[in-house]
Design a protein around this ligand. Structure first.
Ligand SMILES: NC(=O)c1ccc[n+]([C@@H]2O[C@H](COP(=O)([O-])OP(=O)(O)OC[C@H]3O[C@@H](n4cnc5c(N)ncnc54)[C@H](OP(=O)(O)O)[C@@H]3O)[C@@H](O)[C@H]2O)c1
Length: 248
C-alpha cells in the first residue's frame, strides 16, 4: 500500500506500554505510524513496517527540541494529510525510595520537566501539525490519567496537576479546533500494566477496583483507536475513563 492511500498517525511514546500497544493496533489496521520517543527505534520490539524511517528521536520534556521534531515529522509527511495525533508520552517521577513526590517535596526541575513533557509538548505538537491535521480532518487524543481528578497513592503532585491541566487543555482545544473539523478527546487510564505502574499496585489498589484487576495496554489502545475512527465522528471534547470502575 502507498503512503497516499493509507491513514497516518503521529504517536508519541510508541516504544513501550500503552503507546506500543496503540502502534501495533493502528499498524494492524493499515495505518502508517510516525513515532516519537527518546530512544532509537527498536525493530525487534516494534513490528510496524514504516519503522525506523518514520521514527523521530526527541526528548519531549525539552521544549526547545520541539520545533526541530515538528520539522522532522513534516518531512516524513511530505505534504500528505495527518489523520491522528496521539499525545501519549508521559512520565511520573518518584522519590529515590519509590514514594510519591508531594507538593511539599517536588523540586522546581521536576515541576518544569513534567509539565513540559505532559502538557507543553502536546500543545506544541498540535499547534505545529495543525495544517496537516486539518487537511486530514484529524483526531487528537491526549492521554491524561485518573490521577488528574483525585489524589493518587503513587502518582506525584506535578504529574497529577499536569494531567488535570491536559484534561482542561483537551476541552479548550476541542473548542478551538472543531471549526477546522479536527476532533480532540482525552482518555484517562487508571492502573494499566506498564513500566509506569508502582510494584505495590496489584496488592494495594486492585482490591478497590470494581473489576478487581489492572487493565492491559491493549484495552487502552482499543479506546484510542475508536476515538480516531469514523465510529467517533461526532465525539469531541470528552475524557474517557479506562479504569475498571476505579473512579466510582
Ligand atoms: N500505565 C498506567 O497505569 C497509566 C495510568 C494513567 C496514565 N498513564 C499515561 O499513559 C501514558 C503512557 O504511559 P505508559 O504506562 O505506557 O508509560 P511507559 O511504559 O513508561 O512508556 C512511556 C513512553 O513515553 C516515552 N517517553 C517518556 N519520556 C519521554 C520524553 N521525555 N520524551 C519522549 N518520549 C518519552 C517512552 O519512550 P522513551 O523512553 O524511549 O523516551 C515510552 O515510549 C503516559 O502519558 C502516562 O502518564 C498511564
Amino acid at each position: 500500500m502507498q503512503h497516499g492511500e493509507r491513514k497516518t498517525v503521529v504517536l508519541t511514546g510508541a516504544s513501550r506500554g500503552i503507546g506500543h500497544a496503540t502502534g501495533k493496533l493502528f499498524s494492524e489496521a493499515g495505518w502508517r505510524i510516525i513515532s516519537c520517543a527518546r530512544q532509537a527505534f527498536d525493530s525487534g520490539q516494534c513490528p510496524w513496517t514504516s519503522g525506523a524511517d518514520d521514527h523521530v528521536q526527541v526528548d519531549l520534556s525539552n521544549h526547545r527540541m520541539l520545533p526541530r521534531a515538528i520539522v522532522e515529522i513534516k518531512e516524513r509527511l511530505s505534504g500528505e494529510p495527518l489523520h491522528a495525533l496521539i499525545n501519549n508520552a508521559g512520565a511520573s517521577p518518584k522519590a529515590p525510595n519509590g514514594t510519591r513526590l508531594t507538593s511539599l517535596t517536588t523540586s522546581v526541575e521536576t515541576w518544569m520537566s513534567v509539565f513540559h513533557l505532559n502538557l507543553v509538548a502536546p500543545i506544541l505538537l498540535a499547534q505545529g501539525l495543525f495544517r496537516d491535521l486539518k487537511a486530514g480532518s484529524g483526531s487528537i487524543v491526549n492521554v491524561t490519567s485518573i490521577a488528574g481528578s483525585r489524589v493518587h497513592p503513587f502518582a506525584g503532585s506535578a504529574y497529577a496537576t499536569s494531567k488535570a491541566a491536559l484534561a482542561c487543555l483537551t476541552r479548550e482545544m476541542a473548542h478551538d479546533y472543531a471549526p477546522h473539523s479536527i476532533r480532540v478527546n482525552a482518555i484517562a487510564p487508571g492502573e494499566i500494566k506498564t513500566d509506569i505502574l508502582s510494584p505495590d499496585t496489584e496488592e494495594r489498589l486492585v482490591p478497590n477496583i470494581p473489576l478487581r484487576r489492572v487493565g492491559t495496554p491493549e484495552e487502552v489502545a482499543k479506546v484510542i483507536f475508536f476515538l480516531c475512527s469514523d465510529a467517533a465522528s461526532y465525539v469531541t471534547g470528552t475524557e474517557v475513563p479506562i479504569n475498571g470502575g476505579q473512579h466510582l
